[in-house]
Design a protein around this ligand. Structure first.
Ligand SMILES: [Zn+2]
Ligand SMILES: [Zn+2]
Ligand SMILES: [Zn+2]
Ligand SMILES: [Zn+2]
Length: 573
């Protein structure tokens, strides 16, 4: 099972920019901060955005450079007749193309390079040589994109492209199928360790004040049965962020089998509009007479608003949090993206929209939302795909759409693009799926998120679904649901129940994944979604080997002038 041993490793990802290898050595971070504080004062200065884009490219954050360059293009478009701005726009386009290339979007990047072949008339200093360079690059990127189209899976599972070439790649490299990750055509990759270097929040996450606040909330939700504790991270989990401690939950007393130890309503929940559901608690609104679920649709008081609620209570609570900002807005674009089955964060777009709305209402940075600011973030492990997460080309457009819907300026650094990405990473590591088809309803449960993972959990959460419920728990589950309905609880309420006896002082673990899956499946899911390798007792006792981490992915190229190794061999066939 050591297939990767002799296989060529994917080449280390790095990107050449104007002769400077992008190393994340923090060399440019003080400049980044300087430009950002100037942007707080003069947010519509294209020069500042342009300089910041360059800094981000040099430092190895192409996804941030992408949006900065986009702003340059938008700001310069507004006054076409200025020669200065035409030049700036040209530069902005170049950075934009570079960012797309570094993110693994050769086709999109080629389109931008093709635009650079047309020089503005005023550009006497631009030589033909530069133009030829761009032309050559564009055609190389097109070639790469053509091969990529052949090997990328299609969103329709029946599409023959899904199976094409993969067996050949595996055979050629002697890999097992878990080693290769192919993504959809409009997906790239970006390196993400859970925080940007200028983001000081992770270090402040676990302050004494935060711990006290959390304990107060936990006391109420658990009836003083649980205690929040600081735990030392195992060394293999200490990543770039250098965080050495994390939060966990301990029992303050002995627990019996099937004891209810915590009740929690979602802080924010969302549904992806596959059916009529309450905008606040996501309960499905069925109008069949006699159906056990809520039958009456409570319409928003604004006749132009399409959202529905269970009742006045849900309506009021939604208004208090985020609905005032979203009421009557057309969010079809976001719904459409959220409904697609894709490997990135798109299913959470509506949740992100709501959290941005909430932050705008409070006039704060979305990462400072009190209720969720202590939550951990999804990050890529260096052990899998060399620290990269999928980059969906839609992140760019969805971000702009969210700001537009909320009437937030694209140049307001309080809602900057890195904030959007980090918020998606927070949701990515902490979201719980609820009732309905997968990816249909989701919620954030900040206290439940505090439990750490083990593959043989001490507890499970009972929610509106029966997904995690074993036979012996069904009647208990039904009774509980009826009780909740009778007293008008949030329909998405979680109840955490012990599966084993728990001793006072013991740390309590939940399973982040389906703990009945076999070891390799669990391993892959945990590594890809939570960035660590589970070494719990169940995993260590299982003789099955850990799965080899993925070694390569579609469109992993590093040489600016040549087709990458794997694509070379494909084109020879
Ligand atoms: Zn409701
Ligand atoms: Zn209801
Ligand atoms: Zn409304
Ligand atoms: Zn495990």
């Amino acid at each position: 099972m050591n297939a990767t041993k002799n296989a060529p490793r994917a080449r280390k990802f790095f990107h050449q920019f104007e002769g400077i290898t992008t190393l994340r050595d923090g060399q440019y971070i003080s400049e980044w901060k300087q430009y950002t504080s100037e942007l707080a004062k003069t947010p519509r200065d294209p020069n500042l955005w342009c300089n910041r884009a360059l800094i981000c490219l040099k430092e190895g954050y192409p996804e941030i450079a992408l949006m900065d360059a986009k702003r340059v293009l938008l700001l310069c478009d507004e006054s076409e007749d200025s020669i200065e701005l035409q030049k700036m726009s040209y530069k902005g386009r170049y950075y934009y193309a570079e960012a797309l290339r570094a993110l693994g979007h050769p086709g999109l990047s080629a389109s931008e390079y093709e635009k650079l072949e047309v020089l503005p008339e005023s550009f006497d200093e631009m030589t033909e040589i530069k133009r030829d360079e761009f032309r050559k690059l564009a055609s190389t990127l097109r070639q790469i994109d053509d091969v990529r189209i052949q090997v990328s899976p299609s969103e329709e599972p029946e599409n023959p492209r899904n199976k094409m070439l993969l067996p050949e790649i595996l055979e050629k490299w002697g890999l097992d199928s878990g080693c290769i990750v192919l993504t959809y055509i409009d997906f790239g990759w970006f390196e993400f360790c859970g925080q940007y270097p200028w983001d000081h929040r992770p270090g402040e996450r676990i302050s004494a004040t935060v711990l006290r606040e959390l304990q107060d909330r936990l006391d109420i939700a658990s009836n003083k049965k649980l205690k929040v504790v600081l735990r030392k991270l195992p060394p293999e989990m200490v990543l770039e962020s250098k965080m050495t401690m994390h939060l966990g939950i301990e029992a303050t007393q002995n627990f019996q089998f099937h004891e209810h130890i915590l009740e929690e309503d979602p802080f924010v929940a969302a549904h992806n509009h596959f059916s009529d559901r309450c905008e606040y608690c996501t309960l499905e609104l069925v109008e069949t007479p006699g159906h056990p679920r809520c039958a009456v649709k409570y319409h928003c008081h604004n006749s132009k608003c399409k959202e529905l609620f269970c009742n006045r209570k849900c309506y009021k609570l939604a208004m208090k949090l985020y609905h005032k900002q979203l009421c009557g807005k057309n969010i079809d674009t976001i719904i459409h993206s959220a409904q697609r089955v894709r490997p990135g964060w798109n299913q959470s777009f509506i949740l992100v929209l709501k959290l941005f709305a909430l932050a705008k209402k409070r006039n704060i940075n979305p990462l400072d939302i009190e209720e969720i600011k202590f939550l951990s973030r999804q990050h890529a492990s260096p052990l899998s795909r060399e620290g990269h997460l999928p980059w969906d080309a839609e992140y760019e457009t969805i971000y702009i759409e969210i700001l537009k819907l909320l009437e937030i300026s694209l140049y307001d650094i309080q809602y900057d693009f890195w904030v959007f990405i980090t918020l998606m990473a927070i949701i990515g590591a902490n979201v719980f799926n609820g009732e309905g088809i997968p990816r249909n309803t989701l919620g954030i449960f900040p206290l439940t998120s505090l439990f750490n993972h083990r593959c043989d959990p001490l507890i499970i959460h009972m929610d509106a679904t029966e997904r995690y419920i074993t036979k012996d728990l069904i009647s208990e589950h039904m009774e509980l649901r009826q009780k909740y309905k009778r007293i008008g609880c949030n329909s998405f309420r979680f109840t955490i129940i012990t599966l084993q006896h728990v001793k006072k002082g013991q740390e309590i673990f939940i399973s982040y994944i389906d703990s009945t899956d076999d070891k390799q499946d669990r391993h892959t899911r945990i590594l890809d979604n939570y960035g660590f390798i589970c070494r719990c007792q169940k995993c260590e006792a299982d003789p099955q080997s850990f799965l080899n981490p993925s070694v390569c992915w579609n469109i992993h190229y590093y040489n600016d002038n040549q087709l990458p190794f794997q694509l070379e061999f494909l084109s020879l066939n």
